[in-house]
Design a protein around this ligand. Structure first.
Ligand code: SIN
Ligand code: FE2
Length: 215
């Protein structure tokens, strides 16, 4: 197939296998871009981005918020999911339907049917912000995949194996791309290199990542 259909729509999204259980779906979000960005604005208006503190006392360079029944938080007491936003004391904003549909569709496309995420961590990277190699392992059910959506400035995503020391591949993630990892890749180490400065036509000087999980 030619590049004509490389971006979601006829013929489906362009799939780039990363590892067994992990796939990059290029441009999957583009067809729903406006709806996604408008839903994102609503979530952020109700639960603003904030820089959380790690248990070790470091302020994270990535600013975060959440939507869904549970939100991922970190503070001096540790990492966990909780139903209330610690800033407001109120429940996190509900997961917008367009988020749910996109995450379920991407998981299905990647071979994980029936994904019903109850948590969406929203990461905001400004130039220089990064996410060190880590595993997503604060969830209870590792049979459910992780669905990760990239918006705004491009970033270099590192994807490795089940040991921190395993070799990593570097993927250039762009606005609209979705990465899904599950099954044998569910606990793969991954991270994001420091964001390069730039200006995105819709999002300005930042990258937004949505990470959908079943807690
Ligand atoms: C994460 O692992 O939570 C973030 C991944 C990303 O920003 O692409
Ligand atoms: Fe992660």
């Amino acid at each position: 197939m030619t590049d004509l259909f490389a971006h979601a729509g006829i013929g489906g999204p362009a799939r780039e296998p990363i590892a067994e259980g992990a796939v990059l779906l290029r441009g999957l979000v583009l067809a729903k871009e406006a709806e996604m960005l408008s839903a994102l604005d609503d979530v952020v208006a109700a639960a603003p981005f904030r820089h959380m503190v790690t248990p070790g006392g470091f302020i994270m360079s990535v600013a975060m918020t959440n939507c869904g029944a549970a939100g991922w938080v970190t503070d001096r007491r540790g990492y966990r999911y909780q139903g209330d936003d610690p800033l407001s004391g109120r429940p996190w904003p509900a997961m917008p339907a367009v988020f749910l549909d996109l995450a379920a569709g991407a998981a299905d496309e990647a071979g994980f049917p029936g994904f019903a995420p109850d948590a969406c961590l929203i990461n905001r990277y400004e130039p220089g912000a990064k996410m060190s190699l880590h595993q997503d392992k604060d969830e209870r059910d590792f049979r459910q995949p992780i669905v990760s959506v990239s918006l705004g400035l491009p970033a270099t995503f590192q994807f490795g194996g089940l040991a921190r020391s395993d070799k990593t591949v570097k993927l250039a993630l762009e606005h609209g791309d979705v990465v899904v990892w599950g099954g044998p890749a569910r606990l793969a180490f991954h991270g994001v290199l420091p964001l390069k400065d730039g200006e995105h036509s819709l999002l300005g000087r930042k990258r937004i990542n949505l990470t959908f999980r079943r807690v």
